[in-house]
Design a protein around this ligand. Structure first.
Ligand SMILES: [Zn+2]
Length: 70
C-alpha cells in the first residue's frame, strides 16, 4: 500500500510500510503516463518487499493458481 503526496518538486508516492518513495517526475513520459508508471513501480515494490498484492489491479486468481502450482 502507498499514499500519494505532493511536495514542492512534484508528486510522490510514499510506501506505507517503509521509507521507500517513488517520484512521479523521475519517470519518462515516453513510457506512458508517469503517474501510472509510478503507481506500478510502487506496486512492484510493495509486492517484492512486503509481499502485499497490487493496489490497483488485485490478482487473487493468479496468486491462487501459482500457489497451487507450488
Ligand atoms: Zn516499502
Amino acid at each position: 500500500m502507498y499514499k500519494i503526496s505532493k511536495d514542492p518538486d512534484g508528486i510522490v508516492l510514499l510506501c506505507h510500510d517503509c521509507s521507500h518513495v517513488d517520484r512521479i517526475d523521475l519517470f519518462d513520459e515516453g513510457g506512458g503516463n508517469r503517474r501510472t508508471q509510478a503507481a506500478r513501480a510502487m506496486q512492484n515494490h510493495s509486492r517484492d518487499k512486503h509481499g502485499s498484492g497490487s493496489v490497483l489491479h488485485p490478482i487473487p486468481r493468479n496468486d491462487a493458481l501459482m500457489a497451487q502450482r507450488d
